[in-house]
Design a protein around this ligand. Structure first.
Ligand code: SAH
Ligand code: SF4
Length: 408
């Protein structure tokens, strides 16, 4: 019996999603306000005695300091009274996730391994966040869970069990952290405050985890990221990628309203169930139906279908033709992703020529079919890989990396 068959059987035989243990998350004593929604901020202010009638104004001021100015201390919030600043500092922090390691690729891609509160077997909870600069945009790839409950066979995160969901604050604070590291905040100048060229202009939720299995936190976190008076990354510049959690796709459209990417990867249920085992629960027909009905779908707001190119597995030209037939009628683009191998993975990336031929068929059928250029190869910038590199480092090397991250 192959490993895939064993896994498939295990999945078919039980409601596997709830089966894996989730570590208990113990919130730190002083909570960080970074990543808080307006409602959560209002509640926090109430808890330190800010009267109801002042709440709206104070929330707006603090919101501006945190999400427009990138304030790192309550003392910097000069529009607040000294007393309020002291009360806030006594009860809360503005701490960001800790950078445990930072790698900068020759092509400018930056990868951060972030440490979050919590511990499992002596190791901290960690997720990764990647910044990819391009000529016309800068894209930040953020995570939604520590690990993943799903076990896609080509994905390294899939080999790690789910440790815990990220909180809404931890989701939004990845954008705050990137703005810190890239000095990407609005600044006061002699001519008033002026926007610098935004380095983080786009966000993709394509890091660790399945966002639609952490729905409420992802919704609330992304709504903070999209707020026009704060981090201000418009919903058209935010893309959420799902492996196909069908019941939450429509909800994502109505309650979050960001762009949708769907990890398709195969055109038959048989192969998709092997690559993306969640397909056993939500097969292709149901997934595509949910895509057709995605709220707000139009030619201007297309769904991106992601398709990882696996040599000899899903990359034949017949697959390309079947793919085009499968998504017929859905306003879509197809993102061909060269497989990024990881130690122990059983697949190879398709040959470049094959990817080009595949792409041509998709393109000729009228779909944009960009091949995602591999970025940051020298720093293993694929899903789940910074974490795996760092896991192999000795305690001493980890400390050295951390020190490096803190000094530059
Ligand atoms: N869980 C979500 C989002 C995170 S994964 C999802 O599955 O959509 C983001 C994208 O990276 C997905 O399309 C996923 O299939 C792809 N991916 C994962 N591992 C990969 C690898 N080793 N090489 C190329 N793409 C990979
Ligand atoms: Fe989880 Fe997405 Fe990786 Fe699948 S591809 S294991 S859903 S992170």
């Amino acid at each position: 019996m192959t490993g895939a068959a064993t896994q498939a059987e295990a999945i078919a035989s039980a409601d596997f999603i709830e089966k894996r243990p989730i570590e208990r998350y113990v919130a730190p004593v002083k909570r960080s306000l970074v990543g808080y929604s307006r409602a959560a901020l209002a509640e926090a202010l109430g808890s330190v005695g800010v009267p109801e009638r002042q709440s709206r104004m104070r929330v707006q001021q603090i919101w501006h300091w945190i999400y427009v100015r990138g304030a790192q201390s309550f003392d910097a919030m000069t529009t607040l009274s000294k007393d309020l600043r002291t009360a806030l500092a006594d009860n809360f922090t503005l701490v960001r996730p800790q950078i445990a390691a930072e790698q900068i690729s020759m092509d400018g891609t930056r990868k951060w391994l972030l440490q979050l509160p919590g511990e499992i077997g002596g190791s901290p909870h960690e997720v990764e966040c990647v910044y990819i600069p391009e000529a016309d945009r800068g894209t930040l790839c953020i995570s939604s869970q520590v690990g993943c409950t799903l076990s896609c066979t080509f994905c390294h995160t899939g080999t790690q069990r789910l440790v815990r969901n990220l909180t809404a604050g931890e989701i939004a604070s990845q954008v705050v952290l990137a703005r810190d590291r890239l000095a990407d905040w609005y600044r006061e100048t002699a001519h008033g405050s002026e926007p610098e060229k935004r380095l983080v202009s786009n966000v993709v939720m394509m890091g660790m985890g399945e966002p639609l299995y952490n729905f409420e936190a992802v919704r609330d976190g992304l709504n903070v990221v999209a707020d026009g008076d704060g981090l201000s990354i418009s919903k058209r510049r935010i893309t959420l990628s799902t492996s196909g959690v069908v019941p939450n796709i429509t909800r994502a459209g109505t309650e979050i309203g960001v762009m949708l990417a769907v990890s398709l990867h195969a055109v038959t249920d048989e192969l998709r169930s092997e690559l993306v085992p969640l397909n056993r629960k939500y097969p292709l027909a149901e997934l595509l139906e949910a895509c057709r009905n995605y709220p707000g779908l139009s030619n201007a707001r297309r769904i991106t279908f992601e398709y990882v190119m696996l040599k000899g597995v899903n990359d034949s030209l017949a697959d390309a033709r079947a793919l085009v037939r499968l998504i017929k009628g859905i306003p879509a683009k197809i993102n061909l992703i060269p497989f990024n191998p990881w130690p122990g993975s059983k697949y190879e990336c398709s040959d470049w020529q094959q990817i080009e031929k595949f792409s041509e068929i998709v393109f000729d059928a009228g779909y944009a079919s960009p091949v995602r250029t591999p970025r940051g190869r020298d720093i293993l910038a694929a899903c789940g890989q910074l974490k795996s590199t760092s896991e192999k480092l000795s305690a001493r090397e980890r400390l050295a990396l951390r020190a490096m991250a803190m000094t530059d």
